[in-house]
Design a protein around this ligand. Structure first.
Ligand SMILES: Nc1ncnc2c1ncn2[C@@H]1O[C@H](COP(=O)(O)OP(=O)(O)OP(=O)(O)O)[C@@H](O)[C@H]1O
Ligand SMILES: [Mg+2]
Length: 450
């Protein structure tokens, strides 16, 4: 089956670096186009439907005018990654302020580019009508997990689906907020209508209004044609306001008005346009605190938070890890057309030893990387450790199951004895009071380096 691949535009004067990027990204399965001057860049963006732009900051300077603002005028939703030969913190901050999704130095490792692009597609490619139906980015359509938390969330999703009730989803990064929002939409009577996701944190402040409410041609420089806002695009469907805690107070006031009056006003337009949208909002911030600090309007909070769904962090529902991890193993094998693989029991136990600050998204990335390392059918704990290198594995024993704690203890105990015996197996076996053959077996099963 033909698969639609995300299309990336690379704008860079440096032929050699362009070549490097093309090779790397082609290998990762993206479709690419390159330009080397500002004027071509603008034309390409006007003409073709790119999903992401990699823009060399040098190109901006040589053009003499602000390319980023021009690009934003044409495609405010286009994710942009700024790349730079020798960037400073200041230039990174500037780029991010202007709405770049990320800022990467050209000297960065390949992984840094690939991860950034993958994350952006995960988070943003499905915004608005600008989504790739075939590109899932690892997005599953079902919450996986055996924990009581997941069961409770599923019950709430089912309740929310049957009505038009506004839902506020709260949870850390990567916990599955968007997954829940989509599940509510899919289960609802609006399922065959649009689901439009807007990442409030990703839109530069000066463009928020036009993004959400649309604009009329000529309303401001760069408004080359009429453009409907996300509220209009989501008409009769669901509008998912993601990262709502990052919305400015001014925009909050305007959103509140749309909710109260059921109409939007295009920037530069005269006629209010009636809209019928089901609102689902999400945040990884503590909105109570934001309200206390007067960064978030209380009236909007109460409007949005009719049904509240809290998704606990993955570290608080470790029992979900085996199923989710197994699911991703199968998913990536399918995606990459590689033979089926599985996780060893020790590998699963190892996964439960981490804190997962990036939650399910991080777990997914780790599984994807581990699969690259493994040719055999079974992923071992050792592969997980290799991928997790440098990340803290210091989850307190108190949070582990007996089996996980035993594996952790045995591994450390045997490793210490082996070190004390200078890796002499017979001596270590003697110190441990076990037969040599048994120690060999333990070393293998527990992946203890000698
Ligand atoms: N319970 C789950 N079962 C299967 N996949 C999950 C689960 N929870 C999350 N995922 C997957 O993890 C990834 C991150 O989920 P999602 O984008 O919904 O999180 P998020 O809370 O919106 O993250 P962020 O705050 O970073 O935007 C997605 O690929 C999603 O499909
Ligand atoms: Mg999200």
């Amino acid at each position: 089956m033909l698969k639609s691949r995300p299309k990336i535009l690379i704008a860079d004067q440096d032929t050699v670096f362009r070549g490097i990027l093309v090779k790397m990204l082609e290998k990762a399965g993206y479709e690419l186009q390159t330009v080397y001057q500002g004027i071509d860049l603008i034309r390409e963006i006007q003409m073709a439907g790119f999903d992401l732009l990699l823009l060399d900051s040098g190109l901006q300077e040589s053009g003499g005018m602000n390319l980023v603002d021009q690009i934003r005028g044409i495609r405010p939703d286009l994710p942009l990654v700024m790349i730079s030969r020798n960037g400073s913190i200041q230039s990174a901050v500037n780029a991010l302020k202007r709405g770049a999704a990320d800022y990467i130095e050209k000297s960065a490792k390949e992984d840094r580019f690939l991860e950034s692009i993958r994350d952006i597609f995960d988070k943003r490619i499905r915004q608005g009508g600008n989504h790739h139906p075939n590109y899932s980015g690892g997005m599953q359509d079902r919450m996986i997990g055996k924990s009581e938390a997941i069961a409770q969330i599923e019950r709430l999703v089912a309740k929310a689906s049957g009505t038009n009730i506004k839902v506020l989803i709260e949870g850390e990064n990567g916990t599955g907020k968007e997954l829940v929002a989509r599940a509510i939409h899919r289960g609802s009577r609006r399922a065959d209508r649009p689901f439009v996701a807007v990442n409030c944190a990703a839109i530069p402040e000066n463009l928020v209004e036009s993004e959400l409410f649309g604009h009329k041609r000529g309303a401001f420089t760069g408004a080359l044609s009429d453009k409907p806002g996300k509220f209009q695009i989501a008409h009769s469907g669901t509008l998912f306001l993601d990262e709502i805690g990052d919305m400015s107070l001014m925009t909050q006031a305007k959103v509140l008005r749309v909710i109260e009056e059921g109409v939007v006003e295009n920037v530069g337009g005269r006629q209010p346009v009636p809209v019928d949208v089901r609102l689902i909002a999400a945040t990884n911030q503590n909105l109570q605190k934001a309200m206390f600090e007067q960064r978030f309007r209380e009236d909007l909070y109460f409007r949005l938070n009719v049904l509240n769904i809290q998704i606990p962090p993955l570290r608080e529902r470790l029992e979900d890890i085996p199923d989710i991890a197994g699911h991703f193993v199968a998913f990536f094998c399918r995606e990459n057309h590689s033979p089926h693989k599985r996780l060893s029991e020790e590998a699963v136990a190892e996964l439960a030893c981490y804190d997962w600050p990036g939650n399910v998204r991080e777990l997914r990335n780790v599984i994807e990387k581990a699969l690259v390392l493994v040719d055999a059918e079974e992923i071992q704990a050792e592969h997980i450790r290799m991928v997790m290198q440098g990340r803290q594995a210091g989850r307190p024993l108190a949070n582990m199951t007996l089996k996980q704690a035993r594996v952790r203890f045995e591994r450390e105990f045997i490793r210490d004895k082996l070190a004390a015996a200078n890796s002499n197996i017979s001596r270590a076996a003697e110190m441990l009071g076990i037969p040599r053959t048994y120690l060999y077996k333990k070393i293998k099963v527990l992946d203890i380096p000698i």
